[in-house]
Design a protein around this ligand. Structure first.
Ligand code: NAD
Ligand code: UFG
Length: 338
């Protein structure tokens, strides 16, 4: 199966490409390298023996996409490309709506022109806003509290309208919970530019000595120990969820929506303890005020994906922390520039 992978040089896209190649599929990557490095390709090749085709360019550039699709001969599109930092989205809403919403619309127009009907979109548990209860099922109400989340929600709504008008299309919305971890080889992982926004890369940069301590944002939530609880999912399990979607619902016309999570919640302090144990390094932390916009707890009910995609996450917190540490300690400064 030949599949276009937008954002395939990024964190989740690159791990998905490895899993695809190992399953005998052919990913064709489009990425503008805004938040990734071309050296990712060499790591994919090292792990799989295959260097995927890569087209450097922007999904908002229709002529570029038409040219890629004319050569690529793909039957489906995995759409990871986009901007993802919540705080930055508040400062730069235009860029978020332009990249995430406009970018997706240009992509779908180009797919239509090329006769491609199958799209799998990287959505987020952020579309559930502040859930009233946990675990979260796919029919929970949706809402947004920041421009990033609103851009994901807008794309979901646009895609639902498009699928209704074009019933031959297969559109799958995958709502990721908290992706963490790295390929178990330690060759690939998350490589945030600048100060990490997310918990796991921050913890691992403290462990490797790039940062002094972690600020724990709030210890007065009504959770197991007062700190925020999330459903952390290993990035390779998440990648496999895309393969499961491609091979099942991605071949069926309709609008398909799935949570990709584990169904388990871990607190910030539980993650710090698990990481310290895996790395054999004490992770220094300080208690700090709550971060604006954070919710107390959030985890998935993953049973719909299990029943319909025949997929479930199998990797544990020990796997997530050990694999992250292997990547971080082997590559303290992330991917090389060249
Ligand atoms: P990432 O930043 O590592 O990867 C995104 C890739 O898209 C990057 O390589 C970037 O250069 C590329 N890109 C961005 N805008 C582009 C454009 N206009 N044209 C071409 N390429 C472009 O992010 P990630 O963590 O791999 O996330 C992938 C997707 O999953 C994103 O859509 C993100 O919103 C979504 N998501 C991520 C998380 C998470 O916590 N990582 C959670 C939920 C959903
Ligand atoms: N946290 C800290 N210190 C930090 C970073 C995070 O204490 O330096 C805490 C947060 O307060 C939260 C937990 O760690 O309780 C997880 O925070 P992350 O920033 O790692 O993840 P979020 O759940 O806030 O958000 C992530 C993505 C969003 C996505 C959401 C759901 O950043 O884009 O998961 O998928 F929408």
């Amino acid at each position: 199966m030949r599949v276009l992978v937008t954002g395939g040089m990024g964190y989740i896209g690159s791990h998905t490409c490895v899993q695809m190649i190992e399953a005998g599929m052919t990913p064709i990557i489009v990425d503008n390298l805004y938040n990734s490095k071309e050296t990712v390709l060499a790591r994919i090749e090292k792990l799989t023996g295959v260097r995927p085709a890569f087209f450097e360019g922007d999904i908002r550039d229709r002529a570029f996409l038409d040219n890629v699709l004319a050569q690529a001969n793909v039957e489906s599109v995995l759409h990871f490309a986009g901007l993802k930092a919540v705080g930055e989205s508040v400062e730069k809403p235009l860029e978020y709506y332009d990249n995430n919403v406009h970018g997706t619309l240009v992509l779908v127009e180009a797919m239509r022109a090329a006769g491609i009907n199958s799209l799998i979109f990287s959505s987020s548990a952020t579309v559930y806003g502040e859930p009233e209860t946990v675990p979260i099922t796919e029919d929970f109400p949706t809402s947004a509290t920041n421009p990033y989340g609103r851009s994901k929600l807008m794309v979901e709504e646009c895609l639902a309208d498009i699928q209704k008008a074009l019933p031959e299309m297969s559109i799958t919305l995958l709502r990721y919970f908290n992706p963490v971890g790295s390929h178990q080889s330690g060759e690939m992982g998350e490589d945030p530019q600048g100060i990490p926004n997310n918990l796991m890369p921050f913890i691992s940069q403290v462990a490797v000595g790039r940062r002094e301590y972690l600020s724990v944002f709030g210890n007065d939530y009504s959770t197991v120990d007062g700190t925020g609880v999330r459903d952390y999912i290993h990035v390779v399990d998440l990648a496999d969820g895309h393969l499961a979607a491609l091979n099942s619902k991605g071949k069926e016309a309709g609008l398909h929506i799935y949570n990709l999570g584990t169904g388990n919640g871990f607190s910030v302090l539980q993650m710090v303890a698990a990481f310290s144990k895996a790395a054999g390094v004490e992770v220094a932390y300080q208690l700090a005020p709550r971060r604006a916009g954070d919710i107390a707890e959030c985890w998935a009910d993953p049973s719909k994906a299990r029943a319909e995609l025949h997929w479930e996450a199998t990797r544990t917190i020990e796997d997530m922390t050990a694999d992250t540490w292997r990547w971080q300690s082997n590559n303290p400064n992330g991917y090389p520039d060249v």
